[in-house]
Each structure stands twice: as C-alpha cells, then as structure tokens.
Design a binder for this molecule. Structure first.
Ligand SMILES: NC(=O)c1ccc[n+]([C@@H]2O[C@H](COP(=O)([O-])OP(=O)(O)OC[C@H]3O[C@@H](n4cnc5c(N)ncnc54)[C@H](O)[C@@H]3O)[C@@H](O)[C@H]2O)c1
Ligand SMILES: CC(C)[C@H](C(=O)O)[C@@H](O)C(=O)O
Ligand SMILES: [Mg+2]
Length: 360
C-alpha cells in the first residue's frame, strides 16, 4: 500500500528525531512491502523565518490532504532567531495550535508506560514503582484556555492581560466518550481531572462526564482535583488507567507523567479527530538546550510513528513490531543520555534510530 505522510521536522531537535522516525518507517516499509511517501511541510520557527508566519495556508492544506501528519517539535530560540519576542499568535507554537484546530484534532492521547527495562531510569522509589505502571492521558486539545479570547491592555493605568477558558457541553462529551472507549479496551477505569472546587468550566466538565459515563456502566469513573492528581502521579502512578482532562491540565500532567516513565524523551502522542487523519508527535518540545548535539532521545517520536501505523493506517502488526523493536533495543542495554543508567551503553540520536530500524 501507498501512504502519503506530511512530515513536519520543525525546530530545534525536531529534524534530528524526525530523521530517525523516518528511518524506522522505511524499515517497516521494506519488511512489509508498504510505500511511505513523505511531503515535507514547514511549520514553527523555520516557517516564520522562511515565510513570515508559523503555518501557511498551503502547509495546512498539504497536511489536510495527507493520510497522516508526523511532527518533530516547534519553538525555542535556535540559530539566533528570537521568536520569544513575538506576540503569541505569531510565535512558532501558534502554527501547531492552528494545525490542531485546522484538522479538528480534539483528542490527544499520551500513553505513559514504564518499560521494565527503564525502571532504573525512573526517579520514583522502588516500592512506588512496584510492578510498574501503564496509564494513558486523554487530553482535550482544541478548547479551553488555548483557544479562548485573550488580550493585553492598560486598565486603570495598569498593564493587564486576560485569557479565557471556555468549554461547551459538546466539546466535553466528545472527549469524554473517547476516554471511556479507550478505558473499555483497557482496565475500565477513567479518572476525570478538573478544578471543580473553583472553576465553572470544571463544574460543567464534571456534570457532562458523569452523563457520558451513564452509557458506560462497565467503566468506573472517579473525579479528582488537578492539584491532587499532580501529587498522585508521583505517589502512586499504578492507580491510574485512563486520565481524562482538559487542555491545559493535560499539557502539564502529561509532562509529569512522562518523567515518571524515565524521560520526556519516551512519551509519544497521537492527536485524533473524527476521521482517520491524525497528527503524531512526541509530547516534548524542541529542546533548544540539546539541539544539534545528537543527544535527543528519538524514541517518543518513533513510538508516535507506531501510533500512526495503528490509528491512521490500521497497520497493527507493523505498529507492534516497532514497539517490540524499541523494547528489544532497550533490553540490549542501549540508552540515550536522558535514560542512561550505570552499566548501559550510551548512544546518540542517530545510533538509537539505526538500532531500532535494524531490529524492525
Ligand atoms: N509539540 C511541540 O512542538 C512542543 C511541545 C512542548 C514544547 N514545545 C516548545 O519547545 C520549546 C522548548 O520548550 P521547553 O524547553 O520548555 O520543553 P522541551 O520539552 O523542549 O525540553 C524540556 C527539557 O527536556 C529535555 N528534552 C526534551 N525532549 C527530549 C528528548 N527527546 N530527549 C532528551 N531530552 C529531551 C530538554 O533537553 C529540556 O531539558 C518551547 O518553545 C516550547 O513552546 C513544543
Ligand atoms: C507547544 C505547546 C503549544 C504544546 C501544548 O501546550 O499543547 C506542547 O506543550 C505540547 O504539550 O504539545
Ligand atoms: Mg506540553
């Protein structure tokens, strides 16, 4: 089969990690007889430098017309560009938000899995790690604070800024359904995370989630306040199966979830909507502090590519193969610096990609 993938390397470590994911996809293509063709798309800082905007209409159209989109990362100050001085709607990250909204990808799935091989890289105590853990953050991705009205102006002589957090019941119900469907295929537990003791939007979130839960009597629903959840992820991550939450809370909790699995370099993600077209990207950013040094862990991107095979192309066997290849390479003791532990073999970004591709 032929699959047309829009590839967005982006900024910082983006091009380095994307190169390795493409290596692994090519290995899958050779082994199983698929043809993955890539259309390079500019987004983020590199797009600002080339076109003046973080995502052009043509770039968005190319993504829309593809079978799936694979993204490295955008943002940061790399190569002397000072994007941080720009207002939010002109910054590199605005390209990513426009892409998610433009493709209506409202469901961001971020699996936090502690691989057995990485227990030594996990910062938690052994008694907390126990048998290990495997949970998934289901984050609402096209609503909330990220997409509400915002302004900065002088009010009563003071510089004043506002951001607006809006959710309607349909936006909450559709993401809740996704969480319940995922839980149904797993350990049948949804923990819905909000701040209902303070926010109106969270009170609505809680009501609508409860209504959706009535259609899933086989799935247990618990509500948890976000500050408690942040603590529970460190105290007892094994209690979670599916964490369902809104955009901003999900952003923050998923970075925390990544760290208990050893490194943010391990956390893959899929952003999905109603159709088959999805956006697949590691959960981390452009890591300007290590860009260009061959130090970045490409595994989150490679596992995101595996999610692409599974969700957009229905290639489950091929996705399993990639995930297995990652485990095997870790089992053989190869580590990038972020997951390094004593007596393991330190490798760079490119070598890690080579090893996983060979294993496939
Ligand atoms: N999806 C995206 O494109 C995305 C996601 C998050 C942040 N960002 C952007 O990236 C820029 C930098 O943000 P930040 O520094 O807060 O977060 P970051 O995720 O880029 O980096 C945080 C820390 O994690 C490390 N790290 C990240 N990915 C790694 C990997 N694959 N291997 C090893 N170490 C890794 C970095 O070296 C850094 O120390 C910002 O402009 C931010 O907006 C983009
Ligand atoms: C870069 C930024 C807009 C993005 C987000 O907050 O969604 C990132 O942090 C992520 O987690 O994908
Ligand atoms: Mg984030």
């Amino acid at each position: 089969m032929e699959y047309n993938i829009a590839v967005i390397p982006g900024d910082g470590i983006g091009p380095e990690i994307i190169r390795e994911a493409m290596k692994v996809l090519d290995a899958v293509g050779r082994k199983y007889g698929h043809n993955f063709s890539y259309t390079q798309v500019l987004m983020g800082g590199v797009s600002i430098d080339a076109t003046g905007v973080p995502l052009t209409d043509e770039a968005l159209m190319t993504a829309k017309n593809s079978d799936a989109v694979l993204l490295g990362a955008v943002g940061g100050n790399v190569g002397g560009s000072n994007w941080y001085s720009l207002p939010p709607h002109l910054r590199p990250e605005a390209g990513l938000l426009a892409l998610r909204k433009g493709l209506n990808l409202y469901a961001n799935i971020r699996p936090a899995i502690l691989f057995d091989e990485l227990k030594a890289a996990c910062p938690l105590r052994e008694d907390i790690i126990g048998e290990g853990f495997d949970f998934v953050v289901v984050r609402e991705l096209t609503g909330g604070l990220y997409f509400g009205d915002r302004w900065t102006k002088e009010v009563d002589g003071l510089r004043t800024a506002t951001d607006t957090l809006v959710y309607n019941e349909n936006e909450i119900a559709r993401i809740a359904k996704i969480a319940f469907e995922i839980a149904r295929k797993r350990r049948k537990k949804v923990c819905s995370v909000d701040k209902a003791n303070v926010l109106d939007s969270s009170r609505l979130w809680r009501q609508v989630t409860k209504e959706v839960a009535e259609n899933y009597p086989d799935v247990e629903l618990v509500d948890m306040l976000v500050d408690n959840c942040a603590m529970q992820i460190v105290k007892d991550p094994g209690q979670f199966d599916v964490i369902l939450t809104e955009n901003m809370f999900g952003d923050i909790l998923s970075d925390e979830a990544s760290m208990v699995t050893g490194s943010i370099g391990m956390l893959s993600s899929a952003s999905l909507g109603e159709g088959k077209l999805g956006l697949y990207e590691p959960s981390h950013g452009s890591a300007p502090d290590i860009a260009g040094q061959n130090k970045a862990n490409p595994i989150a991107t490679i596992l995101s590519a595996a999610m692409m095979l599974r969700y957009s192309f229905d290639l489950d066997m091929e996705a399993d193969r990639v995930e297995e290849a990652v485990r095997k390479v870790l089992k053989k003791g190869y580590r990038t610096v972020d997951i390094m532990s004593p007596e393991k073999t330190l490798v760079g970004t490119d070598k890690m990609g080579d090893l996983i591709a060979q294993e496939v």
